[in-house]
Design a protein around this ligand. Structure first.
Ligand SMILES: C[S@@+](CC[C@H](N)C(=O)[O-])C[C@H]1O[C@@H](n2cnc3c(N)ncnc32)[C@H](O)[C@@H]1O
Ligand SMILES: [Zn+2]
Length: 899
């Protein structure tokens, strides 16, 4: 008999969302500090959804509430190592599974959040990913700490004590120190302590180009902005000064010369590749700038040095001196010698000479532009001293392994220890390159991969990793040691492997659950991004993992991402994505036990991506039995980011049950309506709004129509999913408009006004892809392509924007009969203080005394964030409405009297 799981009926969305959003702000102890991976899921949400997928549905209301509270608690960061609570969770799971640990698979494991939490809950866990860098991360997260991180006592007694001393941490720490000493000894002469005892921790550089004005030709340091420290207490900046046709810098601000009057440190010398000469003020356009870079006519200039003094807190700044450049020059010379020697020894260039992504040619051009700036090889993302340090570290990591073997380590333990050391090299590489940024607001170096892209950076910091500041050797190493320690507390290890989810190496009906988070269209070009690390890992530990590093770069062929470099462009890429995703769902279906469940996480912002996922899932023979949106971002943050994004991830539950062969459209439609009624109230109650609400509601509707093999109408015609989804969207948007208007007047308003309200509610003031905009329009019966560029709907390349009152041409709209047009006109007249005109317009249009009119204004204002100008305008207008109404009423009365 089919036993329903808890997650198919219930889930504490709001509580778990809150914990997940909180978790995003925690750094210490996050598995991402072991090694970066993109689009990681929060651990709390993973723990909660894993657990809820493995225990049975509640028998009664009391159990339902109790379990919901338990899940909410379990998802807390602070309960990650609450052994009491984990013990209860494990017991529940064992009980539900007949006393043996369930077998769980994540075939798109990435950084390993989902399988890690399965492991923590005592499951027999299988983790794989197509990407070899991810696979190594999985080994270091889910296998090595649990296998080797045992104290002898713990092993002997089969006991698990979170407090027992950890031998793996000890080993890694010891060999990390061995490497540090070796490399520091060799490198220290390229960094000099200042006479007053201050240690340089970071050198700040700018790329340079020559001014193109033939009468000038000065060097232009490309600087985005001049701030060095821009905190509450410290305002320190570089100040450019021109003398004799050359540019020099001074440091001004707190503790230095006063900031010159009129100087704005925000205004740098370059913006969007357009550079301005400090000397003659002529501009170099973007095309020329790029061509100077690719022709090798660019340079580098050290501008300033950040220092710390032993025993003192806080950083100090000075301009770069000739001595600083001299030391750098010596490092450059030494690099040449050392690189040559190592090349002879290793048979490959120790500085990665593999090509960077070609932009267009890779199909991932959104993420990469480095080639147009002349960085054609991965090694060219580092300056000379950074290269020197990295290759010296790599050399030491390679030497460590045989040393360990010599001193009696077993091969697999030595491999594990060496891999953590190689991760440290990766961590250093990812913060010591010329695409990292100096964060003046925090006075530290920001990691290059804080975003899933590698854009050009004009002025960059170079860390002295021996200098003891935040991105120094030990700073980064401590993160690794802490994680090994924590991860070792989990008793069992996972089975980790590399491979494509489209062909899984497991027998049929093997798993109790497949819980996974597949890629989303073209969101993240994983393989290209990970090549940054692959090329270093190949050099440090490639020989220990011959199966993972056989190719020059990471494999791309079977990666499930929609790239645009196929013949047929992005459309073809999307097609490929669909097919491959479909294949992997069929595989999931195959390896799942008849009674098993699958949870699939979806976090793409587009409705099209969502529908693709649904179709692929339907096609694989699975039936969706639940869908829960979990916020993983703080709501405010996304709104600020410019284009529409989903604040939630949808956790979709599916199973293998046999489908009902035929459903009748009219009945299915009624069932969907009924099902949605309850669901929508629930979602609204859990504060799911906007695009998240739309997508979640669609998820809920599939719980109904996904049960049928096919659905036919009265004439026997088959009804396809898009038609059903259109119905669903109509129901959902209708509900939303009613809710936004607080149940008032929604029947009285026109389609265009409905659309406007919906848009502001769903997307605020963001740009949205044509496809999503089209679907929203369709749900209220508007054909978008007929409407754009007529009224407030504007097309901008592939996106749609909905204009607010300020952006519109009032002369054309004042004659409109459309509520939203009159509203826009009214608020602008109000703002300009043209109150007579305003009351004229309100009177003529008949909206002045219409409650609907003001209700709409109120509703739109409420959907917008408080900083929005449109909201402020609407609110201002509404505040003056009583007076206006008075005036209008008086006039009407007077008119009546005189008529
Ligand atoms: C959304 S990420 C998973 C993130 C993960 N849940 C985490 O928390 O770190 C999707 C993953 O799918 C992987 N992937 C892409 N194509 C694949 C394929 N054909 N087979 C298996 N994994 C693939 C990518 O390398 C990426 O790591
Ligand atoms: Zn010039």
């Amino acid at each position: 008999m089919e036993v329903k799981r808890f997650i198919e009926e219930e889930f504490p969305i709001e509580a778990v969302s809150k914990e997940s959003a909180k978790e995003k702000n925690i750094r210490r102890g996050q598995i991402s500090t072991l090694h970066i991976w993109w689009a990681r899921r929060p651990l709390g949400a993973s723990r909660a959804t894993n657990y809820a997928s493995l225990i049975p549905a509640p028998r009664d209301q009391a159990e339902r509430r109790r379990t919901e509270r338990f899940i909410a608690d379990l998802s807390k960061w602070d309960n990650m190592e609450n052994y009491n609570m984990l013990g209860i969770a494990k017991k529940d799971i064992l009980k539900a599974n007949g006393g043996i640990p369930p077998k769980i698979l994540d075939p798109f494991s990435g950084g390993g959040a989902i399988p890690l939490e399965a492991l923590r809950l005592g499951c027999e866990t299988y983790a794989s990913d197509y990407n070899p860098v991810s696979t190594l991360i999985l080994k270091c997260t889910l296998e090595y700490p649990q296998r080797f991180g045992h104290s002898p006592r713990k092993e002997a007694h089969g006991l698990v004590s979170p407090k027992s001393p950890n031998t793996l941490t000890k080993d890694v720490a010891q060999w990390g120190e061995w490497i540090f000493k070796k490399v520091e000894k060799e490198m220290l002469r390229f960094y000099e302590t200042d006479r007053d005892g201050s240690i340089p921790t970071t050198y700040l550089w700018a790329r340079t180009i020559p001014c193109q004005n033939p009468t000038c030709g000065a060097e232009i340091p490309l600087i985005m902005q001049f701030w060095l420290a821009n905190t509450q207490r410290k305002k320190i900046s570089l100040f450019p000064e021109v003398s004799n046709g050359a540019i020099n810098f001074r440091i001004v601000g707190t503790g230095h010369d006063e900031m010159p009057r009129g100087f704005d440190p925000e205004k740098g010398s370059v913006s969007r590749a357009v550079a301005t000469c400090f000397v003659c003020h002529s501009a170099v356009d973007g095309v020329t700038t790029r061509s100077l870079f690719s022709k090798g006519k660019s340079g580098n200039r050290m501008l300033a040095v950040v220092l710390r003094r032993g025993g003192e807190v806080g950083k100090t700044y000075r301009v770069a001196t000739d001595r600083d450049s001299e030391l750098f020059g010596e490092a450059t010379e030494y690099l040449q010698k050392k690189r040559k020697a190592l090349q002879d020894e290793w048979g490959v260039d120790p500085v990665p000479d593999e090509p960077t992504p070609e932009g267009k040619g890779s199909g991932a051009e959104r993420a990469f532009s480095v080639q147009s700036y002349g960085m054609k090889e991965w090694g060219q993302l580092f300056n000379a001293r950074q290269k020197l340090v990295l290759l010296s570290l790599s050399e030491a990591v390679r030497q460590a392994y045989p040393e360990m073997i010599q001193s009696g380590y077993a091969e697999d333990l030595a491999t594990a220890v060496t891999t953590y050391l190689a991760f440290l090299v990766d961590k250093i590489a990812s913060s010591s390159n010329t695409l990292s940024r100096w964060q003046s607001s925090r006075e530290c170096v920001a990691d290059t991969f804080s975003r899933g892209a590698l854009p050009i950076v004009w002025d960059y910091p170079e860390t002295n990793i021996f200098g003891g500041a935040s991105r120094s050797y030990h700073g980064l190493f401590d993160d690794i040691l802490l994680l090994i320690d924590r991860l070792s507390n989990i008793e069992t290890s996972a089975s980790v492997s590399q491979g494509s989810a489209t062909s899984l190496p497991y027998p049929d009906s093997f798993f109790d659950a497949v819980i996974t988070d597949p890629p989303y269209y073209d969101n993240v070009p994983y393989s290209y991004l990970s090549d940054f690390f692959y090329v270093w890992l190949k050099r440090t530990v490639g020989s220990l993992y011959p199966d993972l590093f056989p190719t020059p770069l990471t494999p791309k062929k079977d990666e499930i991402v929609a790239y645009s470099n196929m013949e047929g462009g992005l459309e073809k890429g999307k097609q490929f994505f669909k097919e491959m995703l479909g294949k992997s769902f069929s595989e999931i279906h195959r390896v799942l036990k008849p009674n098993g469940v699958s949870v699939i996480v979806f976090a793409h912002k587009s409705t099209a991506g969502w529908e693709t996922l649904i179709n692929s899932l339907q096609g694989s023979g699975m039936v969706v039995t639940g869908a829960w949106p979990i916020h993983t971002e703080m709501p405010g943050r996304l709104r600020a980011s410019g284009s529409a994004a989903l604040a939630s991830s949808i956790y979709m539950v599916a199973r293998k049950s046999t489908k009902i062969s035929t459903g009748f459209y009219s009945e299915v439609r009624d069932d969907i309506k009924k099902h949605l009624e309850g669901k929508l109230d629930r979602l609204w109650g859990e504060k799911i709004v906007g695009a998240d609400f739309l997508i979640s509601a669609i998820g809920a509707s599939i719980e109904v129509f996904g049960k049928y093999e096919k659905i036919i109408d009265d004439e026997g015609n088959q009804i396809q999913a898009p038609k059903l989804l259109e119905d669903v969207r109509r129901t959902v948007t209708d509900y939303a408009v009613r809710k936004v208007l607080h149940n008032g007047f929604s029947v009285e308003i026109t389609q265009m006004t409905r659309f406007y309200i919906l848009w502001r509610w769903a997307y605020g003031e963001l740009e949205v892809s044509f496809d999503d905009a089209h679907k929203l329009a369709q749900s209220v019966g508007i054909d978008l392509s007929k409407e754009w560029n007529r009224g407030f709907i504007k097309k901008d390349k592939e996106s749609i924007v909905v204009q607010g009152p300020e952006a519109r041409d009032l002369s054309t709209i004042s004659i409109s009969k459309e509520l939203i047009d009159i509203l826009h006109c009214s608020v602008m007249l109000w703002r300009k203080g043209k109150l007579n005109e305003l009351s004229g317009l309100l009177k003529e249009s008949g909206f002045g005394n219409s409650d609907t009119f003001y209700r709409v204004a109120q509703a739109i204002a409420e959907t917008l964030p408080s900083i929005s100008t449109e909201r402020k305008l609407l609110e201002g207008f509404m505040n003056s409405r009583e007076r206006l109404r008075e005036e209008l009423r008086e006039e009407t009365v007077q008119k009546r009297l005189f008529e």
